[in-house]
Design a protein around this ligand. Structure first.
Ligand code: URP
Ligand code: ZN
Ligand code: ZN
Length: 463
């Protein structure tokens, strides 16, 4: 099968150029310029007036994950379906080690969750919750199977949090293996005291989720994560960075030449603490926006956009961790600390980031870089994925810069029973989405079958 995407403007992290893109056997085989004729195609898409970009890579998702006394509501079928509709053709989900359990058990569990269900390709990170010597040993086998990054938590004491010594030991081991440590960098112990005191004072509404997880807790966590990584002489990647002071810690580290990296998420660029306050007469509506770190006051947006523009932040992922209001977020009515933490977002990431291009906050090339190329490079998927180049997987999105799309629940495929940006209309959306050369979404119609998505073994850290 030969596919031709003709007349489009190809956009990579570094270049923008007119070319006809040829696909064969799931790979990009030619970029033809100047009307060069390469013969006949079995399938042709006319991309005149459109951008041809590498499929999005979402480096942070939680599909079918037990969390907060319930399970995130998108599984690998609905989650990857939603990803595909949003122009994301590869995601990296988090397998989670049970406390006292092995990494092997966690990885097997996540393979079983994904296999036969996924519509797009996927890899895994491993969340390490317990790292005695046998588990540190086991990290080697996990890395050899292409799971080359480990997330650890400085928050959620008694549940997911690891102490500094454990984190440090895991960092040293990751360094030996060429694996990357991803850090949830909030200092968790004082947060729990603030939560306890708020509840004691009768403060039970969702907004207290933000008021008990102050910016300084994230800044100090970020600083500590970077300091531990510096001592261990390893790179570190800060996940879901939400605020100015944490960003400043990353900038200082990078200015000192340390291999510190960080991602933010669309919710920290577009939503704010105000959303957590709920609607007039319905403060619990704010539960829709409970995620961790919490949404911050609006003035942080500018800092995060500047961080993206200046390469202080490298990636925008979603931290997609969706729960329904009914039966799930409701668990925290009367006690904000019981609201499952997380928001839907896997489907709307590119739409929202493209708003940044339209508003002049980031360039078109930077849009491609932070949504696809940089996560591919940082997480060992490049150059197989993350760019438009001969030899790369034909994970390609034809992006229509004029298409209007309403980010409403009725238009989306994510299973949460609400949309975080209900009523917001964006301009710019995918018209065709290809995964390994197969047309999987066209004009909002699903063409892919579940189970076609493949597990991707990732390389070790090599930047
Ligand atoms: O609220 C969030 N972020 N839920 C998912 C778990 C995590 O910390 O990434
Ligand atoms: Zn986290
Ligand atoms: Zn997460």
């Amino acid at each position: 099968m030969r596919t031709l995407i003709k007349n489009g403007t190809c956009v990579t992290a570094s270049d923008t150029f007119a070319a006809d893109l040829w696909i064969e056997n799931g790979k990009i085989v030619a970029l033809a310029q100047g009307g060069q004729n390469l013969g006949n195609a079995d399938q042709t898409v006319d991309a005149k007036g459109k951008y041809v970009i590498p499929g999005g890579i979402d480096a942070h998702t939680h599909l079918d994950m037990p969390f907060g006394g319930t399970n995130s509501v998108d599984d690998f079928e609905s989650g990857t379906l939603a990803a595909a509709h949003g122009g994301t053709t590869c995601l990296i989900d988090f397998a989670i080690q049970k406390k006292g359990g092995s990494l092997r058990e966690a990885l097997d569990t996540w393979h079983a969750k994904a296999e036969g269900r996924a519509l797009v390709d996927y890899g895994f990170h491993m969340i390490a919750t317990d790292v005695p010597p046998p588990v540190l040993d086991e990290m080697g086998a996990i890395v050899r199977e292409g799971v080359t990054s480990f997330k650890m938590f400085m928050a959620y004491p008694g549940v997911l949090m690891l102490d500094d010594q454990s984190i440090f030991r895991a960092m040293l081991r990751a360094g030996e293996l060429g694996a990357l440590i991803c850090m949830h960098a909030e200092t968790g112990l004082p947060i729990d005291v603030l939560v306890e005191r708020a509840l004691k004072a009768g403060h039970t509404a969702p907004i207290y989720h933000a008021l008990t997880r102050p910016e300084v807790a994230e800044a100090t966590g970020t600083e500590r994560a970077i300091a531990l990584a510096e001592m261990a002489k390893v790179p570190v990647y800060i996940v879901h960075l939400s605020a100015q002071r944490a960003l400043e810690r990353v900038m200082e580290a990078r200015d000192r030449g340390l291999p510190a990296y960080a991602e933010t998420c669309p919710q920290y660029l577009f939503l704010s603490e105000d959303d957590l306050r709920g609607k007039p007469g319905d403060e619990f509506d704010g539960a829709k926006f409970v995620c961790t770190p919490p949404l911050r006051p609006k003035h942080h947006h500018e800092h995060l956009w500047r961080g993206l523009r200046n390469h202080d932040l490298q990636v925008v992922s979603t931290d997609h961790c969706p729960f329904c209001m009914k039966g799930q977020k409701e668990l925290g009515r009367g006690d904000f600390s019981k609201i499952p933490n997380g928001m839907p977002g896997i489907e709307t990431r590119l739409h929202l980031l493209y708003e940044g291009v339209r508003e002049g906050r980031i360039s078109l090339n930077r849009f491609v870089e932070i949504s696809s190329t940089a996560p591919a490079k940082i997480f060992g998927l490049y150059p197989k994925k993350g760019t438009i180049a001969v030899g790369a997987d034909a994970d390609v999105v034809v992006w229509d810069p004029e298409k209007r799309f309403e980010l409403s629940h009725k238009n989306l495929h994510m299973k949460a029973d609400y949309a975080s940006y209900e009523g917001k209309t964006v301009i710019g959306a995918p018209s065709q989405v290809f995964s390994r050369g197969e047309l999987i979404v066209e004009n909002d119609k699903t063409l892919a079958k579940k189970g076609r998505g493949q597990f991707v073994r990732r390389g070790t850290f090599n930047l």
